[in-house]
Design a protein. Structure first.
Length: 579
């Protein structure tokens, strides 16, 4: 009995100690937070300072792990060129016509092949925040080659920190090739939901398909890639860090080239020079060395830097912000101009664009577009890309749109469609005017492409001797200008003569000597030229050589010759064209 009482006493004592311990722990444990308190915490966290990327000289970055101890053996490994065998040349010619890429070589190169790390030395020593946003990589394709598409997917999966890669969202823009149907669906099952496939029910074009992909994605950031890319070492954290710091920033990787015939991976940019995106007044995308003032704002060569525009294909942006600013204008057709529309919109409406030197992505540049646009744009007058440009300049460029029409006079006649919703969106977002953009962001456009003088004449240039028209034949100077039938719809037969004597066709200029009339590169930073046209005599006078544009009837040759007002070989008529 005594033993029982002792044991019972000990049991009570132990129970007392346990209960006391539990009560003490419970007292010091934080109380469950109300829904209101949780919401306040979210707001505070949203606005508290974010950890910035840190550069530590000589200390390898937290996400900068080497992908290969040694370069594997095999075709195309290390990004080296690979050539097809002689017996495969007929098939090579066929697939080049079908895809614009040598799929024979591509199919022989491993989907997980190694590529060279071409980043600047500094890039290895950046340490990025550990809580970067989740990312959906959106890849739109139409009748893409099997191995180029899969190599894009494999490179993203292999070279992205898995904690940041939410998913890869494939958007099939109504492909009709068999390998992109059930076979593709079967293949991506191995990735257990990490790769999703969406299909358009009709042909929508790249622009609308990208918006669809962004709407359906689940990541905080949406990152667009073309379907024939290979991402490089530690490419993702550098793109996410600026967005992590400010969700109105668009980030753009530096794009390397992958040869369409050999799949050789090589940098487009070499040396210690950074470039950024601008445009000329015909809305052709150009790149220029970054201004000295931008260089001085950065402590390290490898830091991101501001850019007025981007090439369009590859970039990352906060998904919610992208949709808030209207994503892409749904009136833009297929592709073309969407890079300018988004660039102007972001900058003028309070955001910014930065290029990220430590993020490198290889891209295959095809020599031509290997597919048609289908029925898209059939009800509109004018070339699809020019129609897109017109929508952009009418909505965003204010009085500066006149320089576009000076450069592309036919565009005034084209139907850009209903712009009311886009104009209302600009007003709703309280965006700045284009003059502000040119003064504060794209000021270096004028270094290379000054404001254009007015055109004195434009259109076909017809000879009064043969009734044929001037024809540059090739768009690549230097080349010889010749003669051909008039009434052509080719845009490279529409000439412009401005008030300063520049005779231009497209983005090129016309010059001449006693031997030939030539298509040449216009001198960058200038808008003047050597030509003078007399409306009475209908003659072109070259002020430098002091001779006139002359056509020899027997051989239809063009050159400069002593001026002779009675010679019809020296008389020319501008004829404006109508849609």
């Amino acid at each position: 009995m005594k033993l029982f009482v002792l044991r019972r006493g000990r049991l009570l004592k132990v129970s007392f100690i346990v209960v006391t311990f539990i009560l003490t722990v419970a007292f010091f444990l934080p109380k469950p937070k109300s829904q209101e308190e949780q919401q306040k915490e979210k707001i505070v966290k949203k606005y508290e300072p974010k950890q910035r990327p840190v550069y530590k000289e000589g200390i390898t970055g937290n996400f900068d792990l080497p992908l290969y101890n040694t370069v594997p053996e095999g075709p195309g490994e290390g990004g080296k060129p690979h050539a097809a065998k002689g017996e495969d040349q007929n098939e090579v010619a066929s697939v080049m016509m079908e895809y614009g890429i040598n799929m024979v070589v591509s199919d022989q190169v491993a989907l997980d092949r190694s590529i060279p790390d071409v980043r600047h030395e500094e890039c290895r020593f950046w340490h990025y925040p550990e809580d970067l946003p989740s990312t959906s990589v959106v890849i739109v394709f139409h009748n893409e080659g099997w191995s180029t598409l899969l190599r894009t997917i494999h490179s993203v999966l292999n070279r992205s920190p898995p904690q940041f890669l939410k998913e890869i969202t494939l958007v099939d823009d109504y492909s009709n090739k068999e390998h992109l149907k059930g076979e593709l669906e079967d293949y991506i099952r191995q990735f257990k939901g990490k790769v999703r496939l969406l299909r358009n029910k009709k042909r929508e074009g790249l622009i609308r398909s990208r918006t669809f992909g962004a709407q359906e994605s689940k990541g905080e950031v949406v990152l667009f890639l073309d379907a024939h890319c290979e991402v490089n070492t530690n490419w993702l954290p550098p793109l996410l860090a600026p967005i992590y710091m400010n969700n109105t920033v668009m980030t753009v990787p530096v794009i390397d080239g992958i040869d369409k015939e050999t799949l050789e991976y090589r940098p487009v940019y070499r040396g210690d020079t950074h470039f950024r995106g601008i445009f000329e007044w015909g809305m052709l995308y150009k790149e220029i060395e970054i201004p000295e003032v931008e260089m001085k704002e950065r402590k390290y060569f490898s830091e991101p830097y501001k850019s007025p525009t981007h090439a369009g294909g590859l970039f990352a942006i906060n998904r919610e912000y992208f949709l808030k600013i209207g994503a892409y204008d749904p009136g833009l057709l297929v592709w073309g101009g969407e890079n300018f529309e988004l660039s102007f919109k972001i900058w003028q409406c309070g955001g910014s664009i930065v290029w990220v030197p430590c993020s490198r992505v290889g891209h295959i540049y095809r020599g031509f577009m290997p597919y048609t646009f289908g029925k898209l744009g059939q009800n509109r007058k004018g070339p699809i890309v020019t129609l897109n440009y017109k929508r952009v300049v009418e909505v965003w460029m204010d009085e500066y749109k006149e320089y576009f029409y000076t450069r592309v006079p036919m565009a005034r006649q084209y139907d850009a469609g209903d712009l009311s919703e886009q104009i209302a969106l600009r007003k709703q977002l309280q965006c700045k005017d284009f003059k502000w953009y040119m003064k504060n962001v794209a000021y270096d456009v004028l270094y290379k492409f000054p404001l254009l003088p007015k055109n004195l004449h434009w259109g076909e240039v017809r000879s009064m001797l043969t009734s044929q028209c001037l024809d540059p034949m090739s768009s690549q100077p230097p080349s010889v200008v010749s003669m051909s039938h008039c009434h052509s719809s080719r845009s490279n037969k529409i000439f412009r003569l401005n008030e300063e004597g520049q005779l231009g066709v497209g983005e090129r200029c016309i010059d001449g000597d006693t031997h030939h009339i030539k298509l040449v590169f216009c001198r960058l930073g200038t808008v003047d030229g050597p030509w003078q046209y007399n409306d009475n005599t209908k003659m072109f006078y070259h002020r430098l050589h002091r001779k006139c544009l002359h056509l020899t009837q027997e051989r239809s040759q063009l050159h400069l010759q002593e001026c002779n007002q009675v010679n019809n070989g020296q008389k020319w008529i501008f004829r404006e064209l109508k849609v």
